[in-house]
Design a protein around this ligand. Structure first.
Ligand SMILES: Nc1nc2c(ncn2[C@@H]2O[C@H](COP(=O)(O)OP(=O)(O)OP(=O)(O)O)[C@@H](O)[C@H]2O)c(=O)[nH]1
Length: 720
């Protein structure tokens, strides 16, 4: 719960006791001046009017004039000074006005002593009593002097001593008794004035001390409230900047404090900049007018620095995040003449240290929250990576989706994967996130002399590499401007294994230095491992599908000639029939069988027979039309399906087709080295839809026709 801090007590109440006493004495002296002056002037007027005898002629007129003049001076000083503030009273002891006031008071007292002196020659002695009486009255009238020891003492002595001496000079028992009484009275006045002064001073001292203590307690309470506030803000602020701003705002509410700022260091330039600051009565203290050496020392030595002479203050206290100095808490009161001074006492020092400790705790809470968020996001990314691996149909897709997921759903800024090509130059295969486009200019080669880039370190060591503060890594200096532009403040590069070998490097970058702690590193490794498994699985799938394709081809093709086989023909014929039916076209099935092929095998060997079969295939392919479908049924039997047959062909007994196919055996075959033999073939043809309308019958009829065409079966009427 936030409580509004009470206003700070006025600084006059917390100044030191001697200053306060001096100011209070002057105020009291001023308070007595008007009454004293008026009384003195009145009594002087009465004396001028009533006391004539026993004094030199004109004495009372001169004395009265001096007296009234002195009182006028006192009143004048009082008039000028009565509106003075506490600040003006502080240097009062050196003030000209105080000196004038004291001199006037002293002169007043001494002038009263002149009356008994003037009366000395006179008789009877009773006149001296009148003077003594007047002196006593005037002593009371200038009671203000009692608060000023020297003036009071001189006054008492100068007024009463002459009377005592005079009485002792008369040498009668009465005058001696009176002199004794005067001396006792003198003694009494001296003691009374002294004691009164002491008590007054003590009283003032107690009062000032009590007020100072009260003010201190009140300030301490406010300062403690600010500490509590800082602690509480730490648990609610979303980030360090918000925490700094909240601390400064709360501090600013404390009236009368020197300005507080939180200063951060630019990692590139090393310069200091204000991250947050409180306002103050004198406004924020600009950085450029301050000596930053104290900041350097506090940052470099990681120790609080305090400078000041009790009137000025420069305090720099390091703040920490993850064990490292991340900012400085600075309180500066640079100007001693400022209305609000900073007391550089131990309590303020302790409080500042406590405030810094509170901010540290807040930063720690924030970084812990950020770490948990980061890990949660990473776990999510890990789950997403599992989906990516399962869903991706190609390696390219898998890599790109991995990078996209990492750069979108985690605290990472960018993610990319690179691997060396055949020439050894690293190629970025996938990338995502801020600054990823600049990877177009990524030039790293396996043979580079400079082994600093993380991808090379990974390649060399085959292990994961982390740099948690790229901008402070002296090796990374050449790339600092790019790293800083895209806020790549920390990076992790991990090997990606494919098929048991190092295949690529997956790189994660984060805008937050120190982002890669133990758990994050472990999760990044898992992501890379998952990616590797995914790639391996893709490879397995790819191999399987290749095998399937080979097997499927093998099942439909003849291994010796590469031609479609009987199985393929069985699938093909229904399609042709359906097409011909749809289009109302004709097609023919030609059955081809070599004559006397067995003899070649038997005479020249099986491999010679194979050669003939392959050569025949080549020749048949050369003479077939584009729409013909050539099949090896087995042995020396071939089938050619001829689509879009011209009806004339049927009428001419397939003369053109037979002639075209026969060109395949027009030239003799190479049987063996230097052995060429002519080989003939028999052809039987059936046509759709004239001969039959189903595949089996068409095949059977073609076979029958071919069989009939064999030389050994040939008769004059069925020879083709
Ligand atoms: N070299 C070789 N010979 C094969 C292959 N497949 C079958 N043969 C042989 O081919 C021959 C085919 O037999 P036939 O058709 O009776 O032989 P032919 O001498 O041509 O008889 P006609 O067809 O009646 O003229 C057999 O000897 C089979 O062993 C093969 O892939 N390679």
């Amino acid at each position: 719960m936030r409580t509004d801090p009470a206003p700070m007590p006025h600084e006059a109440q917390i100044t030191t006791a001697p200053q306060a006493i001096a100011a209070a004495r002057v105020r009291l002296l001023l308070a007595t001046v008007p009454v004293s002056a008026v009384t003195n002037a009145s009594v002087a007027l009465i004396a001028m009017a009533l006391l004539h005898g026993g004094a030199p002629a004109g004495f009372y007129a001169v004395w009265g004039g001096v007296m009234i003049g002195l009182q006028a001076i006192r009143l004048l000083v009082w008039l000028i000074w009565r509106g003075a503030s506490a600040e003006n009273l502080r240097p009062v002891q050196r003030s000209l006005r105080l000196r004038v006031l004291r001199a006037a008071s002293l002169a007043t007292g001494m002038s009263w002593g002149a009356i008994p002196a003037a009366l000395f020659p006179a008789t009877p002695i009773e006149q001296s009593f009148v003077a003594f009486f007047l002196a006593g009255v005037s002593g009371a009238a200038v009671a203000g002097l009692a608060f000023d020891a020297w003036a009071s003492g001189l006054f008492v002595v100068s007024v009463i001593m002459p009377l005592a001496l005079r009485l002792m000079g008369v040498q009668t028992s009465l005058s001696t008794a009176m002199a004794a009484m005067v001396c006792i009275y003198l003694l009494y006045l001296g003691v009374a004035i002294r004691r009164g002064q002491l008590q007054f001073l003590q009283l003032l001292d107690w009062r000032t001390r009590a007020e100072t203590a009260r003010a201190r307690t009140a300030r301490q309470a406010q300062l403690n409230a600010l500490l509590a506030e800082a602690n509480q803000r730490g648990t609610s602020a979303p980030n360090a900047a918000a925490l700094y701003a909240a601390i400064c705002r709360t501090y600013a509410a404390l009236d009368g404090q020197a300005p507080l700022s939180i200063v951060q260091r630019d990692p590139i330039t090393g310069g200091f900049e204000i991250a947050a600051q409180s306002g103050s009565n004198s406004g924020p203290v600009p950085m450029d007018v301050l000596d930053t050496s104290l900041l350097d020392t506090a940052w470099g030595q990681n120790r609080p620095q305090f400078q000041g002479d009790g009137r000025t203050l420069d305090a720099c206290i390091p703040l920490h995040a993850q064990g490292q100095v991340c900012a400085l808490l600075r309180v500066v009161c640079a100007n001693a003449a400022e209305r609000l001074p900073c007391e550089m006492d131990d309590s303020l020092r302790d409080w500042l240290l406590n405030l810094a400790a509170s901010v540290d705790r807040g930063l720690q809470a924030i970084s812990q929250r950020e770490r948990i968020d980061r890990l949660q996001n990473l776990y999510r990314a890990l789950i997403s990576e599992g989906e990516v691996v399962l869903q991706s149909r190609s390696a390219e897709e898998m890599l790109q989706r991995t990078c996209d997921t990492l750069a979108t759903d985690t605290q990472f800024h960018a993610a990319w994967l690179a691997r060396p090509d055949d020439s050894g130059a690293f190629r970025v295969l996938a990338r995502a996130g801020e600054g990823a486009l600049q990877l177009d200019h990524f030039r790293v080669h396996l043979n580079d002399a400079n082994r600093v880039p993380l991808v090379l370190r990974v390649w060399d060591t085959q292990t994961l590499q982390v740099c948690n503060d790229l901008l402070r890594d002296p090796d990374m200096q050449p790339w600092n401007s790019t790293l800083s532009r895209y806020r790549w403040h920390a990076a992790l590069a991990t090997p990606v294994w494919r098929g048991g070998a190092l295949w690529g490097v997956l790189v994660f970058t984060s805008p937050q230095a120190q982002a890669f702690d133990e758990q994050t590193i472990a999760l990044c490794e898992q992501v890379a491992a998952l990616l590797g498994y995914g790639l391996d699985e893709l490879d397995v799938k790819e191999r399987l599908s290749h095998l399937q394709r080979v097997e499927a081809h093998r099942a439909r093709h003849d291994t010796l000639t590469g031609l479609p086989n009987r199985y393929a023909l069985e699938q093909y014929l229904p399609e042709v029939i359906a097409r011909a039916r749809r289009q109302g076209s004709l097609f023919a099935v030609g059955m081809i069988d070599l004559d006397g092929f067995k003899l070649i095998n038997d005479t020249w060997g099986h491999s010679a027979g194979d050669r003939v079969l392959r050569e025949l295939t080549r020749r048949l392919q050369a003479v077939q039309r584009q729409t013909d479908f050539l099949v090896r049924l087995g042995g020396d039997e071939f089938v050619v399906v001829m689509e879009d047959l011209n009806p004339l062909e049927v009428q001419t007994g397939y003369a053109n087709s037979v002639q075209r196919l026969r060109q395949a055996v027009a030239a003799p075959f190479d049987i063996a080295p230097n052995v060429q033999l002519p080989i003939d073939m028999s052809i039987g043809i059936s046509a759709y839809p004239l001969d039959a309308q189903d595949a089996d019958t068409l095949m059977r009829l073609a076979d029958k026709a071919m069989y009939a065409a064999k030389p050994k079966n040939r008769t004059s009427e069925n020879s083709p």
